[in-house]
Every structure is written in structure tokens, then in C-alpha cells.
Design a protein around this ligand. Structure first.
Ligand SMILES: Nc1ncnc2c1ncn2[C@@H]1O[C@H](COP(=O)(O)OP(=O)(O)OP(=O)(O)O)[C@@H](O)[C@H]1O
Length: 630
């Protein structure tokens, strides 16, 4: 019964092992297909490099044995010939192997770059709505690690090369062992002793390989687990590292003296380094033990081969040849096991990469083109629209119905968090309503081609971002810049004099993090963002807190210019500066995700309600006598 149980355990283990090998084989094929897609010759180089690199030591061994045998019988001339052959062949193969290796490294780096490029391209294809989800961001991070950091394709190829080299090395060793057996069968008079000692050697090697590969697998698994657990640690350490270089954070860090706090955060990541050190100690011990076992086995190898030699079956040269071939077999197999573990670990990461690349986009299906209208008659309707952010319980927008009449100027006001920006995001289709519909000229906006639809909006978000690229490209959102138009919009927002001061005009690089560019002040950056919106010249202009960073004169100028610039367009201003409402035809008041008031400034200011409260709250500071601070 007990024996049966043992048998079952062995069978289960074998099944698991063959399943793991099958999976590893499938994964390897998948990986190779993936790499071939970006670099078709890579696999050829991989095989050739492994084969030639593995063959060089055996060629040297083979000729050394022959040379030794010839020297033992004083055959100096043939010995010299063999020396030349050995130097020539192994030198030539080493050169070819080095050249192949160099080429392989180059191809590997290019393919690694191309694979990373695919992750970047794919992440730009993700719809904004999807990008706001934590799971999506996690998927991007993991895929980026799969293509780059924690489990890179480059490292995977390096290990695959090592694995193949060791595999060929093992085959060569086996060839020599087979040769030894043939020699024993052909020339030994008494075959029992050599075969028995070879059998004993086989057992010892079986034990060494079994123990060695198990221990190195354990050490590998420990390392894999540690790396997996350390992903978050790495993210913190990258974050802290980037903070040190960030001009945006530099002021706050210094003035609020946050250095200590940040360094404490960094110190926490040192726990990861301690794990590595502990692993290093364990791994060192394991390697030491494996080395000890291998040395014992080498002693025994020489003993067994010596016994065979003493019988006169093989010469002294073959002693060296066969002993070394057997030793190489052991080291190849142990290294093969550890490369296999590394490969298996990285497949986990590479699978995240593959899954990410294959990930379907939300797939906006609309194909209708947007009618190009010179009269800018685009009519937008919100029809019972509600929206809840992913993972949130409270709706940011609740049952909003609203008609955006053409060429009117709207102001959207409300307390912080009332849902104003969410309303704009839905309107521009950066996100889709949880329920309800948005219509453009009577047609559900989901039926329109998304890129065409987005073309009808020029938006400056509260948290707008300028790119660290030349000013002109920022305005044109592309490399083709209409310089006349760019200068004109800069002039219109009051950035004309600043442009004059720029060393390279529109070609001036912005920011410091991507080269030696120029820094704009907060207000200048906001004006540049408004200029970008004007450059786009879309029929609907939306400005979310457009003048928060502007001085009062610039603000007044912007509003004055705007009335002129957007006079035949539809515009929406979201602002906490209540005075800006006066410029608008209609005011929409949001509260807790709903529209609670609509009307002109005069109407709303006269009736009790949130608008009156907001207006009064700001107006009182202009009416009251100056406050004394002391
Ligand atoms: N990406 C998001 N995920 C989860 N909740 C969000 C997200 N963006 C906004 N919210 C929440 O939705 C609500 C509405 O936010 P929204 O940005 O639309 O308000 P707002 O009226 O523009 O505020 P403010 O005047 O402060 O700019 C807020 O409670 C906010 O915390």
C-alpha cells in the first residue's frame, strides 16, 4: 500500500514535470515567434552562436588529447601538425563565435527596443477612459517590465542563448562518452571492471546533478519570488529617484523640507536590497555546496577513467579528454537547470507583455464623419446623462440634461468637486456616460468617428500640460507648424513679447527635463495652452479655469480678446472667478453632479440660490473696506 502511494507520488511528480516542460516548450516557441516578428534573423544567430560557442572547448580538448598521446610516443611532427590544427580551428571558431555574439547582441538590442516601442505605441492607443482605471495602469507597468526592466526580452534571449549553448555542450559531452563506451567495447579484454566503474560514476553523477539542479532551482525560485515581491519596492525607488530630478517638485521639496520624509521612503525600499543580500548569502552557500559535490565527482571521474586507462583501453590523452568531457556534462546540466529556471520566471512577465499587446481596445465603433460646417452649427445635447468613475460608489454626474445652443457663450460654475470637469470630459468623449446619451446634431455621438468628433473641440484643461518640445510643435500638436498662425495666436494671448525674447523663436524647446529648454512662468504656460487651443481653431472652445494663473491685466486682455476670437463659435468657460460669468450669455450652475440653476448673470444674481451665494462670496471682498491684518 505504502509502495503504491510512493508510486503515485512519483507518477504525479513526473506528470507535473512533463507538464512544466511542455509549458516551457510552448512558452519558448511563443517567445521565439514574438522575437522573430521583430527580427527574423535572430533565431538563426541564436542557434549558430550557441552551437559554435559550445563546440570550441571540445575541439581544444580533442586535439589536446591527440597531441598528448603523440608526444607520449615521441611523434613530434604529427603532434606539431595537431597543434596547428588545434590553434587554427579553435581560433577560427572563436573568432566566428565572437562575431556572431556581437551580431546577436546588436540584433537582441534592436528587437528589445522594438518590443518596448510596441508597448509605448499600444499605451497611446488606449482610450482615455480606460487609462483612468488602476488595472489598466498596472497592465502597462507590468508589460513595460516584461519588455524592459524586471523580466526583459534581452535578458530572456541571453538566458536562451546560455540554455542552448549548454544544451549543445551536453550533446558534445554525450558524444565523447559514447566514444568511450565504443572504445571499451572494442578494445577492453575485461569489460566488467570498466563498465562497473562507469556505472558507479553514473550513479554519483546522477546524485550530483539531481542535488545540484534541485538546489539551484530552489535558489532560482527564491530569487524569482523576491523579484516578484519587489515590484512595488522598485516602483517606490523609481518614484523617489525621479523626484530628485523633477523641477516641478523641486521647490516644494526644498521649501517644505521634505527631503527627510522622501529619504525615509527610500530607506524602506532598502528592505528589498536586504532581501537580495540574504539571498546572496544563501545562494553563495548553495553554490559552494554544489562546487564541493562537483569536485568530489571530478575526483571520482579521474579515478574511474584512470582505472580504464590502466587496463590499456585508452591512452593518457583520452584520460584527459573523457574526464573533461564528463565534467563538462555535469556543469552544462547544472547551468542548464538554472537557465531553465530563469527562463520560466521571465515567461511570467513576458506573458503580461503579450497579453497587453493583444488586449482589445474599447473599440469605439462609430464611423460617421463629422459634417464640416463653415457656419459652425454644431448642436450638442445631454440626454439624462449620468457618470460614475470606475471603482467609485458615488456618481460624479447625475441625470444631466442640457442643450448647448450654437455660438452662445456659456459659463459653468459650482463648488469644488461638483462635476464640472467630468461634464467636459463626457462632452469631448474622453469618457463614455454610464447611462444616458449625448447627441451631436441629433445623432448619438457614439456613431461618429472618434478622431473626427474630437476635432470639433479646443480645450484647455485646468491641469493642462505642455510638452517638453519646441514651442511651435506644442501649438501645432505636430511637426508641421504654420509659423504665421502660431505667431498670431501667441500675439493674441499676449505672449508676443515673450516670443521675441526666445533664442530660437518658435523652435525654442520648452522645459528642462528633455534637454536644455526654456522654462515658462505659470501664467505664460497657461497663455501658451490657450494659444494652442486657438491654433486648433475648433468650432467649440472650452476653457477650464483658463485664467487662474494670469495677472489681472492679462486676464482682462484674454477675456477681451476672447469675446472677439470666439464670437462665431460656441464657448464654455469653467471658472471660479465669478466676474468672468458676466461675459457669458448663459450660466449653468452645477451642484453635487447636477445642474441646479441656469440663466443669465442678472437673472441668477437676483434670485436666491447657489449662484447668488457664490457671487456674493466673491463680490463682498471688493465692496468691503480693506481688511486690517493686525
Ligand atoms: N479619475 C477620477 N476617479 C475617481 N473620481 C474622480 C476622478 N476625477 C474626478 N473624480 C471625482 O468626481 C467628482 C467630480 O469631479 P470634477 O473634477 O468633475 O469636479 P469639478 O467640479 O471640476 O471640481 P473643481 O472645481 O475642484 O475642479 C469629485 O468628487 C472628484 O473627486
Amino acid at each position: 500500500m505504502r509502495l503504491c502511494m510512493k508510486c503515485r507520488v512519483i507518477i504525479i511528480r513526473k506528470e507535473r514535470m512533463s507538464m512544466r516542460l511542455k509549458e516551457a516548450w510552448q512558452e519558448t516557441c511563443k517567445f521565439i515567434r514574438m522575437m522573430r516578428a521583430s527580427e527574423p534573423h535572430l533565431i538563426l544567430y541564436l542557434f549558430l552562436t550557441a552551437l559554435i560557442t559550445a563546440s570550441v572547448p571540445f575541439i581544444t580538448l580533442y586535439f589536446s588529447a591527440r597531441i598528448l598521446n603523440l608526444l607520449m610516443i615521441s611523434q613530434f611532427e604529427p603532434a606539431m601538425n595537431n597543434v596547428f590544427w588545434m590553434i587554427g580551428l579553435s581560433g577560427l571558431l572563436t573568432l566566428i563565435s565572437k562575431a556572431l555574439n556581437q551580431r546577436f547582441i546588436k540584433i537582441r538590442d534592436i528587437s528589445e527596443y522594438k518590443i518596448r516601442q510596441r508597448v509605448i505605441e499600444k499605451s497611446y492607443q488606449i482610450e482615455y477612459e480606460d487609462l483612468e482605471k488602476t488595472e489598466t495602469l498596472d497592465e502597462i507597468r507590468k508589460a513595460d517590465q516584461g519588455s524592459n526592466g524586471g523580466g526583459g526580452t534581452g535578458e530572456q534571449l541571453r538566458d536562451l542563448l546560455q540554455f542552448l549553448t549548454m544544451f549543445f555542450s551536453m550533446l558534445f559531452s554525450l558524444l565523447f562518452v559514447a566514444l568511450l563506451l565504443v572504445q571499451i567495447f572494442l578494445s577492453a579484454q575485461d569489460k566488467t571492471l570498466p563498465l562497473l566503474s562507469l556505472g558507479a560514476l553514473l550513479l554519483v553523477y546522477g546524485a550530483v546533478i539531481g542535488i545540484g539542479s534541485r538546489l539551484s532551482a530552489k535558489s532560482g525560485q527564491l530569487l524569482q519570488k523576491m523579484k516578484r515581491d519587489n515590484v512595488h519596492n522598485n516602483a517606490i525607488s523609481n518614484y523617489v529617484g525621479n523626484l530628485g530630478m523633477s523641477i516641478n517638485h523641486g521647490k516644494d521639496i526644498r521649501l517644505f523640507q521634505m527631503q527627510e520624509l522622501i529619504l525615509q521612503l527610500f530607506e524602506k525600499t532598502l528592505i528589498g536590497a536586504r532581501f537580495y543580500m540574504d539571498w546572496g548569502t544563501t545562494n553563495g552557500r548553495i553554490n559552494g555546496f554544489i562546487l564541493f559535490l562537483t569536485q568530489l565527482a571530478s575526483g571520482m571521474t579521474y579515478l574511474v577513467i584512470g582505472i580504464i586507462a590502466m587496463q590499456g583501453t585508452i591512452g593518457i590523452g583520452e584520460v584527459m579528454l573523457y574526464a573533461n568531457a564528463i565534467l563538462r556534462f555535469t556543469t552544462s546540466l547544472v547551468t542548464l537547470a538554472s537557465s531553465y529556471n530563469n527562463l520560466a520566471y521571465r515567461y511570467e512577465y513576458l506573458n503580461s507583455y503579450e497579453a497587453f499587446i493583444q488586449r482589445p481596445n474599447l473599440g469605439y465603433e462609430g464611423t460617421l464623419p463629422i459634417e464640416k460646417r463653415d457656419d459652425h452649427e454644431y448642436h450638442l445635447t445631454f440626454d439624462h446623462v449620468s457618470y460614475c468613475y470606475p471603482g467609485q460608489k458615488v456618481y460624479a454626474l447625475k441625470d444631466v440634461s442640457f442643450d448647448l445652443e450654437m455660438k452662445k457663450h456659456f459659463a459653468v460654475v459650482g463648488r469644488n468637486g461638483a462635476g464640472k470637469t467630468t461634464f467636459i470630459k463626457l462632452m469631448c468623449r474622453l469618457t463614455e456616460p454610464t447611462s444616458g446619451r449625448i447627441l451631436l446634431n441629433g445623432i448619438d455621438i457614439r456613431k461618429y468617428d472618434i478622431e473626427e468628433y474630437m476635432q470639433i473641440f479646443s480645450v484647455v484643461f485646468q491641469d493642462f500640460k505642455l510638452m517638453e518640445m519646441p514651442l511651435g510643435e506644442n501649438l501645432a500638436s505636430g511637426s508641421q507648424v504654420d509659423e504665421k498662425r502660431a505667431c498670431q495666436v501667441l500675439e493674441e494671448v499676449g505672449l508676443g513679447p515673450r516670443l521675441q525674447k526666445m533664442k530660437q523663436g518658435l523652435k525654442t524647446q520648452l522645459g528642462k527635463e528633455n534637454g536644455d529648454g526654456e522654462l515658462l512662468s505659470g501664467g505664460e504656460a497657461q497663455k501658451a495652452a490657450i494659444a494652442r487651443a486657438l491654433y486648433k481653431d475648433a468650432p467649440i472652445v472650452i476653457l477650464d479655469e483658463p485664467t487662474a494663473a494670469l495677472d489681472p491685466i492679462s486676464e482682462a486682455e484674454i477675456y477681451e480678446n476672447f469675446s472677439e476670437l470666439v464670437k462665431d463659435k460656441t464657448s464654455i468657460f469653467i471658472s471660479h472667478r465669478m466676474s468672468s460669468c458676466k461675459f457669458c450669455d448663459e450660466i449653468i450652475v452645477f451642484d453635487q453632479g447636477q445642474i441646479i440653476q441656469r440663466g443669465t448673470h442678472d437673472q441668477l444674481a437676483a434670485q436666491p440660490g447657489l449662484y447668488q451665494e457664490l457671487w456674493e462670496a466673491q463680490a463682498q471682498y471688493y465692496r468691503r473696506p480693506a481688511l486690517k491684518l493686525i
